[in-house]
Design a protein around this ligand. Structure first.
Ligand code: CTP
Length: 480
């Protein structure tokens, strides 16, 4: 790939739209190039929808000329304020912009923009792999412009900036997130100078809106191996700024020669395990946050060692404030993550003891329709280095899964309701609302869930009458 022939490049630009753009540019006598992410993704063989074109002249004029020549079916939107235009044609979306020069002031992401050459335009882009351009004019169709060895970096798997990285990141600090996002998505290395500049400029991320940060963070989360991104975020100091709760998981404390595990690296292992099993973003968030309550619950107990009692409940309570601050959704997706964080210990506790019907039914009841995701998270959480211990858990886990499947087939405990209502108890014993009704209902529930009696009305009523007798209650209406 280091060298690409003109013929190969022409073959990559097979879509007829590229020739149409070139013709319109020739008609206006301006040079036009396809640039940025589209060209990068052509080489990476990643499907890409949005085509960005740079015109050495007016992007708006070119879009309008092209719209005319394509006729019906083409739709042009003009954004005069930004000097850009968008053309939609047969499912293709092309963005046109004039070549620009940009300069930034220190306290804003808003650049001062002037007309410029193609060179100026490529120089202002974030990474060498995003600064490739291919000419679309007829006499140079398919000619690659690669001023900063972007093709080499694509092949070597390197993220580097065309300019001094301090300038690139300081101009637009969102690019620090983009840098780590591309490294994670593509499994590329961040070039040394660029990496050092990340650390020097990390504080500048504070001028970026939360929405844009979370956009990039979610792309990191959705990558094949999200840990790559979190390790980079931690290394350059961005993590304590954007996700201090996760940064706080890092580190190992030793007392009396006993160390606890590094919960940051454990969390990343769990996150990568979940990512192998599911592409669901919110399940991945649950994995990232499953141990977030550990730093606050950590204690040293003499004779016991390090403990993290109730870290799942403490963690569960930390999810909502974190979602609010990060501008993550505050709807059922938040509730889902809270539920998984709160319950993440449960299957493992069951698997560690005797796997009883009632424990599994309770789990089914509480997890509801998220039971399968909870099981994925819990299995991912078994990261013990002790192979024997790990195998024992995995075997017991199989047992829990088997029991879950059996019970789900037998009775639907996800939507279980008590066959005896409080109303019926009151009628039977002539009671006004009181504590005894709750006690009776709980006893019936326990008896059914522990498989002492069948899950039906008749058995439950017989059981209730016996239990009530023990409690000194007499029915006012005899068996109907
Ligand atoms: N760009 C930049 N700095 C930014 C954002 C974008 O220099 N903060 C440039 C890059 O050259 C990039 C192009 O603008 O390739 C288009 O940006 P965008 O569509 O946001 O990103 P893509 O690189 O296409 O990647 P993705 O679609 O994965 O976000």
């Amino acid at each position: 790939m280091r060298h690409i022939t003109l013929e190969q490049m022409k073959a990559l630009l097979a879509d007829p739209i590229f020739h149409q753009i070139g013709q319109a540019a020739d008609q206006l006598g301006v040079d036009c190039y396809v640039v940025g992410g589209y060209v990068r993704d052509l080489f990476l063989e990643r499907p890409s929808q949005d085509i960005d074109c740079v015109v050495v002249g007016s992007g708006i004029e070119l879009a309008q000329t092209l719209g005319h020549s394509l006729g019906r079916g083409a739709h042009v939107s003009v954004f005069r304020h930004f000097g850009t235009a968008q053309l939609k044609w047969h499912g293709a979306e092309v963005e046109f912009v004039g070549a620009r020069r940009e300069s930034y002031s220190h306290d804003s992401r808003k650049p001062i923009v002037e007309d410029g050459t193609l060179e100026d335009d490529l120089l202002r882009r974030d990474f060498t792999i995003n600064a490739l351009a291919v000419c679309l004019n007829r006499d140079r169709f398919g000619q690659l412009i690669d001023r900063f060895d972007g093709l080499l970096d694509l092949e070597d798997g390197i993220i580097a900036t065309p300019l001094d990285p301090d300038t690139t990141f300081s101009d637009d600090p969102l690019r620090m997130m983009r840098c780590i996002r591309f490294a994670t998505q593509l499994n590329f290395q961040i070039e040394d100078e660029t990496q050092q500049a990340l650390a020097r400029n990390a504080e500048r991320i504070r001028i970026i809106s939360q929405e844009r940060i979370i956009d990039e963070l979610n792309k990191i989360m959705l990558s094949p191996t999200p840990s790559i991104g979190f390790i980079e975020l931690s290394r350059c100091g961005l993590l304590p700024i954007i996700l201090p709760e996760i940064a706080a998981l890092e580190g190992v404390e030793v007392r009396n020669g006993r160390a606890h595990k590094d919960n940051f690296y454990h969390t990343l292992e769990v996150l990568d395990n979940v990512a192998k099993a599911s592409s669901e973003l919110w399940l991945r968030w649950a994995a990232l946050l499953h141990d977030v309550g550990k730093p606050r619950s950590k204690r040293w107990e003499n004779g016991v060692g390090w403990t993290f009692h109730n870290h799942n409940y403490i963690g569960q309570k930390m999810v909502a404030p974190l979602f609010r601050r990060m501008k993550l959704p505050l709807d059922e997706r938040l509730q889902y993550v809270e539920k998984l964080v709160g319950l993440h210990m449960r299957p493992i506790v069951i698997a560690d003891e005797e796997v009883t019907d009632s424990a599994v039914r309770r789990l089914l009841f509480e997890a509801g329709e998220d039971i399968d995701d909870l099981m994925v998270l819990c299995e991912a959480d078994i990261t013990s280095k002790n192979q024997q211990r790990k195998q024992r858990f995995l075997d017991n886990f199989q047992l829990v899964r088997q029991k879950l499947a059996d019970l789900q087939a037998r009775d639907n405990y996800r939507t279980w309701t008590n066959p005896i209502t409080g109303e019926e108890i009151m009628r039977t014993f002539g009671l006004a609302p009181c504590r005894q009704i709750g006690i009776l209902k709980q006893a019936i529930k326990d008896a059914i869930w522990d498989s002492q009696i069948p899950n039906d009305h008749e058995a439950a009523r017989t059981f209730m009458l016996e239990k009530a007798k023990e409690m000194g209650l007499t029915p006012v209406i005899l068996l109907e």
